[in-house]
Design a binder for this molecule. Structure first.
Ligand code: HEC
Length: 186
């Protein structure tokens, strides 16, 4: 009896499969991350190369949210989140928090942060996250012993900042992407 029910459901599943297939949605999400990441990294590097780390913090504050909007191509929304936050606008929701905590567990179990990702359908949306490790270029603004002037600028812009004290290789946060499944083509 159960078999018959499963078989009866098959044509519907097969018909809905191409666009809503979680594997291809995850690949599509993953493909949006490198250009977004490059754009952010380039912006931070250019600002630091200009020689004034205080201005670099301001540039990041000003540009990071705009860059996220620029890389949010319909129907996808891209952004960044973290457990220890700098910008309160990047606050994780319940699902994101759970995945970030899971990334930490997976890392302590020996998995590499590079390429660590997770996806799920939550409330009619396809959600995708990819871990962000702390690298050398991040330490000036997220590391230990941050230059006093830079620390002062961070303090001024983000009075509740929790995003310092990271060591290279530590989980800094994650890229987070979402899209509605309501408009997914059949
Ligand atoms: C010049 C200072 C500076 C450098 C260098 C820098 N950041 Fe940031 N970072 C910021 C600022 C300012 C924000 C808040 C801007 C925003 O996202 O709205 C931020 C936000 C973030 C966020 C979003 C989560 C949150 O806490 O708000 C992540 C993730 C992040 N940075 C990772 C990195 C990584 C990884 C690197 C190195 C590749 C890096 N940052 C280098 C200044 C910097």
């Amino acid at each position: 009896m159960r078999l018959i029910l499963v078989l009866a459901a098959l044509p519907t599943l097969a018909w809905a499969a191409p666009a809503a297939d979680p594997g291809s949605l995850a690949r599509e999400a993953a493909s949006l991350i490198p250009p977004f990441q490059q754009h952010l990294l380039q912006t931070v590097k250019t600002a630091i190369a200009a020689g004034d780390p205080v201005q670099a913090v301001q540039a990041c504050q000003l540009l990071a949210p705009t860059i996220a909007v620029e890389h949010s191509q319909q129907p996808w929304k891209v952004g960044r989140t973290a457990l220890r936050l700098r910008n309160p606008d990047n606050q994780p929701d319940a699902w994101e928090r759970q995945i970030l905590e899971d990334f930490l567990r997976r890392q302590s179990a020996g998995e590499e942060l590079a390429q660590m990702s997770a996806s799920a359908v939550v409330d009619g949306e396809f959600r995708y996250m990819q871990a962000i490790a702390t690298g050398e270029p991040c330490l000036a603004c997220h590391g230990q012993g941050i230059e006093a002037e830079v620390a002062a600028q961070i303090e001024q812009s983000y009075p509740n900042d929790q995003a310092t004290g990271f060591a290279p290789g530590e989980l800094r946060g994650a890229f987070t992407l979402r899209r509605s499944l309501a408009d997914a083509a059949p």
